[in-house]
Design a protein around this ligand. Structure first.
Ligand code: TXA
Ligand code: MG
Length: 322
């Protein structure tokens, strides 16, 4: 956590955009303007940088984040575009539309909440595109507010919530749209409206020439909703002190009794007990346990403060699903 004062830079100066981009490349947190709301940006390819987003927002759960890219060539490196996705991208990008497509790139597991898909958007703001292009990375960015607060439509709003918790805010003036992007999943040939937003459902249907489906689970995909996360096959036994015979282990800070672990598959989310490192590893390790064929996993207890609350939220959901 960065406790120094947040630097406010004027986005009109190219030098300031360059400086903010260097900060992103170095794993820092940058508030930046988009046409919808200010985003809280971090390098989407870095688990530890993305963990910093959750830490700064004080979010109690991990949602998949939108990866912002500067142009179509970058989008095509990150995702697979079926004809419907291509048509929507052509009609509405750059703009307030996020497309959820199969992931093909290097957006990290934590930014995707472990999913095989990725949410992509080319923002309409030229400042945002210049920043992202200069960073040379896809930029993960939820709205730049503390969890539970309203989305910020100006740099002053960002500082109200996050001053001292992020490195830089790039001031590009007020956001013209003011509501978040519309989210459409294009995972096969039947696009699904996941969140209404800056572009109307009617405008999207006009381009597709067919009606948008509602999510299969009904209603809007709520933040933290189970269906929007990677669900491990293995049975998770939480707050375990030791591994039982036949179990794999998901440890934190070396708590699981070592004698039982001989020859068993054991991963430690953070041997040094760092919650930010644990968050960055969580979805990758869950996937690795599945890949290793684990059917039962002893999960060590995780401290329930800071990012630990989000890790526990995810683990409880994963365990309840069995
Ligand atoms: O306008 C916006 O979209 C703003 C600006 C900063 O771009 N960003 C934003 O991000 O609203 P956020 O984190 O509040 O919304 C991300 C939402 C998630 O809650 C989830 O519903 C959806 O995007 N999402 C992202 N990736 C997804 C995926 N792979 N599958 C399903 N839903 C996904
Ligand atoms: Mg938000």
């Amino acid at each position: 956590m960065n406790l120094k004062q947040t630097l406010r830079l004027d986005a009109a100066s190219p030098a300031d955009v360059t400086r903010a981009a260097a900060c992103l490349r170095a794993g820092g947190l940058v508030g930046f303007p988009t046409e919808t709301v200010y985003g809280l940006g971090a390098d989407a390819t870095s688990g530890s940088a993305v963990a910093g987003i959750y830490q700064a927002k004080g979010r109690p759960a991990f949602n998949p984040l939108i990866a912002h890219v500067p142009d179509m060539a970058s989008a095509l490196q990150q995702g697979e575009f079926f004809p419907a996705a291509l048509a929507l991208a052509k009609a509405f990008w750059p703009g307030p539309l996020t497309l959820v497509v199969p992931h093909r790139g290097n957006v990290c597991d934590l930014a995707r909440a472990g999913l095989a898909s990725v949410g992509l958007r080319i923002p309409g703001s030229a400042i945002a595109r210049a920043l992202i292009a200069a960073s040379g990375r896809p930029i993960a960015a939820p709205s730049a507010n503390r969890s539970g607060h309203v989305s910020p439509a100006s740099a002053a709003h960002v500082l109200d919530d996050l001053d001292g918790r992020i490195d830089i805010v790039l001031d590009g003036g007020p956001c013209p749209v003011g509501v978040e992007s519309t989210i459409v999943a294009c995972l096969d040939d039947a696009p699904v409206l996941l969140r209404p937003g800056g572009i109307s459902g009617e405008a999207i249907e006009a381009v597709l020439g067919l009606p948008l489906l509602a999510p299969a689970c009904g209603g809007i995909l709520a933040p933290g909703q189970l269906a929007s996360h990677y669900a491990p096959k293995a049975f998770l036994r939480l707050n375990a002190m030791r591994m039982e015979p036949g179990e794999a282990g998901l440890d934190f800070a070396g708590q699981l009794a070592p004698s039982a672990a001989l020859g068993a598959f054991l991963l430690d989310l953070s041997p040094g007990g760092d919650l930010s490192q644990a968050a960055a590893s969580l979805f990758s390790w869950l996937r690795a346990l599945d890949t290793a064929g684990a059917t039962g996993v002893a999960v060590a207890s995780i401290p329930d403060h800071g990012l630990g609350a989000a890790i526990n939220d995810r683990l409880v959901r994963a365990a309840a699903r069995n």
